[in-house]
Design a protein around this ligand. Sequence first.
Ligand code: TNX
Length: 512
Amino acid sequence: MVHSLIPAPRRLEARDGLFVAHGQLRITAPAAWHPVIAPFQSCALRVTGHTPLLFSLDGDATIRLHLDESFGREQFSFDINDDIDIRAGGPSGAFYALGALRQLAGNSWWSEEPLENYESLTLPRVSVDDHPDYAWRGVHLDVARHFFDVATVCRFIELAADHRLNRIHLHLNDDQGWRVEIPGWPLLTDVASQRRSSPVGHEMFKVDDGMSHGGYFSAEDLITIREFARQHCVVVVPEIDIPGHTQAVVAAYPEFGNTGEDLEVMTRWGISEHVLNPLPATLDFAEVVVRYVARLFPDSPIHIGGDECPTTQWESSDDARAVMEQHGFTEARQLQGLFTERLARVLRADGHEVLAWDEVLDAAVPEGTVIVAWRGSQKAVEAAERGYDSIMAPLNYTYFDWLSSDQPGEPVALGGPPLVTPWEKVFRFSPLPPNLDESLRPRIRGAQAQLWTEYIATRDHLDYMAFPRLCVFSEVVWGSPHEFEEFSARLRVHLQRLHRRGVRFRPLDTTA
Ligand code: TNX
């Protein structure tokens, strides 16, 4: 047992005795790291009753953080003796080291509320060295099928960061809702952000709740999320999903659709055939919207969607056929490449890296686009062989909207068995596709877990689907999975921390 750290450290050496610091802590750290130390300070205030004093100059301190230029940015080591010395390669390394101290310090350090009886900081005397295997350790959250407010998204980011995940991919639009205010396009919020009804229970029973559901983020909201994430060393990756999954857009602006018919925002789950048309005005619109969202996230990669775009309407549209002819396309599928190429070009000119779901590989894809491989690890292999980097998001391991078990009593989820992903299975996931040539290994940036929210409408349900699978995923993508029995023992201890934090995780042994 390595003091139940999750993810497990590369190296941990335990010594005898405890470190105890009474009263107000004093911390020294490079000034540039102070913002990411703030979350630790708030936590220490809840536990000790004092906000730790934070200085940039070396001096007398309980916790001293130093830059080690030989370290990777997320790498860290620490030594707990009479004081605590932390070395890190950058702010994230420092943040993760302090996170590890919170795990070592005991469950009070996970309390959401100030303690009734303040405690000292008590730690085992250990030394730890750690670094991740993968740069991209992500979690995706669908705020389109069900909208989650700023507070819920920030809490989710905080929990992801506690597991050293460093990317949150926000899925901001879909057939069933548009979730971001765009100046000049008021109907995206007035019309597309609301739906009249949602399915009750499983989609296949075709029962409606008849209750309107909606919501959207203002620019200010997204900046709040972005800055909160930054303080937790998480990069927000916004996604505008185009040209498919856009029935809500077409409901608001029928001129961007293919049939001109009067539509409403989709009230059932599944894939709409109402996709964007490939006409110049529509591509202009897509460009304006995506660049606007991207400007709110100047330091972020931008995801342009591209999944599941049915071509049925393009095939029977004269306009679409004319565009095909103009480009010399022989298949409607190629029209999707017009969106991918245009958006990738302008976003890259604006300084962003561009991501897209693996379906974009079926039409033109500019060099440098990063492929999010969801239909299976083979898609990452294909991307790598064609010269693209990719992020592993295979549905059979990383779709946490799938059932947690095949036992009765699980809340309704996307599919029935065999669409089941127990936490034990997540432990067997490897971000490296099994049949990837060794030379292509650097093309795998990392992996991410997906939380699609057709069947997840509340924060408690989100907790249940995300945890403990996200804890397991964090260990795998950090790159330190141990032996299963040892890991499960560690996970049990870790779940007590999450319990203290108020997380409504799925109990490990419950089958009902
Ligand atoms: C496929 S994965 C989708 C989503 C659904 C999800 C349900 C992907 C890029 N598209 O639209 O929500 O399956 O698991």
